[in-house]
Design a protein around this ligand. Structure first.
Ligand SMILES: Cc1ncc(COP(=O)(O)O)c(C=O)c1O
Length: 369
């Protein structure tokens, strides 16, 4: 079986649901599936409310807008993430402050956050990188003391938990992505979960061009078209039927890699945050003794697709001025890190084979020295 890195897992149910949309002509925002998907998603997480949007990026942006984040405000973001964690801060007109991540868990560390907080800090965006939840206890405490909002970037951690609570339900808002490579997909789409159901209503209003439908086409505020479509939500509902199965597979794949690679000298798996259960969206390693491009090429030749870690955000020209402190961990993890294949369309046997190949190649390249 061909090994897949992060391809979606789609089946007959998805086809059936899409056909229902086509047959009913409800392909755009109207139709039953968006509210059904929102309801089902909120219930799955135990969140008071959820609002479906066009992407994870839109989810983060609209959460910041609803919090009133804007010019003169600072927002703390980890330096190691996908660029969509930080761009919405700039869309909102605020100033991102990039801080380093923990060397082992690859997520925001409280000590670094402490250093970066100023009286202008309005929000923090903890990113649960590759599915691994941040240590939220200290973060929640300091945010409460200082009246700072938490917008969880849970785009990669659907299914992960912090002290038994699902990621995305711990801050004011939780943001999810249903891009094709995520745990569940709607093609492209996202979700905002809210701790306060009233706030969710406001988000629903803002993503629909801030339309007051009681007055027809009347828009009393600046809004956005960030609506999800019925087509997308139909896929989301089909995928929700198998979400636990997908999650079990991700966790099984992580265990397989751990068994095969843990303990190899110079090789480290991303460490699950103590107190958290990772969603293991993409199991990832760092390697000390071989260059990542060389390792990637050797694995590619043997049929194992891999992916490099995100470039640290402060290395992009337009973000250089946003990192007031050094970020050596983000830089090292980027230099040495690799995501391993974990599409839920893979079966157990092929991931066992992948793990064995990774182990063999690492040993050939000198992991035993
Ligand atoms: C960490 C992180 N944040 C934000 C996003 C944005 O999600 P989307 O691609 O749906 O806009 C993604 C995923 O792509 C992501 O991995």
């Amino acid at each position: 079986m061909l090994l897949l890195l992060d391809a979606p897992n789609l089946g007959e149910r998805e086809k059936e649901m899409l056909l229902q949309c086509v047959d009913s002509t409800y392909v755009s925002t109207a139709g039953p599936f968006v509210p059904e998907f929102e309801e089902r998603f909120a219930r799955y997480l135990g969140a008071p409310a959820a609002v479906a949007v066009q992407s994870g990026t839109a989810a983060i942006h609209i959460a910041l807008e609803e919090l009133g984040v804007g010019a003169g405000d600072e927002v703390i973001v980890p330096a190691l993430s996908f660029v969509a964690s930080v761009n919405p801060v700039l869309y909102a007109g605020a100033f991102p402050v990039l801080v380093d991540v923990d060397a082992d868990t690859w997520t925001l560390g409280i000590r670094k956050v402490h250093e970066a907080i100023t009286p202008r800090t309005k929000a923090i965006i903890p990113v649960n990188l590759y599915g691994n939840p941040c240590d939220m206890d200290a973060l929640l405490e300091i945010c409460e003391q200082r009246n700072i909002a938490i917008v969880e970037d849970a785009t990669e951690s659907l299914g992960g938990t912090w002290r038994g609570k699902p990621t995305g339900t711990l801050g004011e808002f939780g943001c999810f992505s249903f891009n094709g490579n995520k745990l569940i997909t709607t093609g492209g789409g996202g979700m905002v979960t809210a701790r306060d159901a009233e706030r969710a209503k406001r988000v629903k209003f803002l993503v629909n061009q801030a339309r007051d439908a009681s007055k027809g086409y009347y828009h009393p505020e600046l809004g956005y078209n960030y609506r999800m479509t019925n087509l997308e939500a139909s896929l989301g509902l089909a995928q929700m039927e198998r979400i636990d199965f997908f999650l079990q597979k991700k966790r099984m794949f992580a265990r397989i890699y751990k068994e095969a690679l843990d303990g190899l000298p110079g090789v480290a798996l991303q460490k699950e945050t103590p107190g958290a259960e990772s969603a293991w969206w993409l199991p990832s390693i760092t390697v000390e003794h071989v260059s990542v491009p060389e390792l990637q090429e050797a694995l590619r030749e043997r049929g194992v697709p891999t992916r490099r870690i995100f470039s640290p955000l402060h290395t992009y020209p337009y973000l250089q001025k946003h990192a007031p402190f050094p970020c050596p961990n983000a830089e090292r993890i980027y230099e040495q890190g690799l995501n391993l294949p974990a599409s839920t369309a893979n079966d157990e046997e092929s991931v066992r084979r992948a793990a064995e190949i990774v182990r063999t190649v690492l040993l050939e390249k000198g992991a035993h020295e």
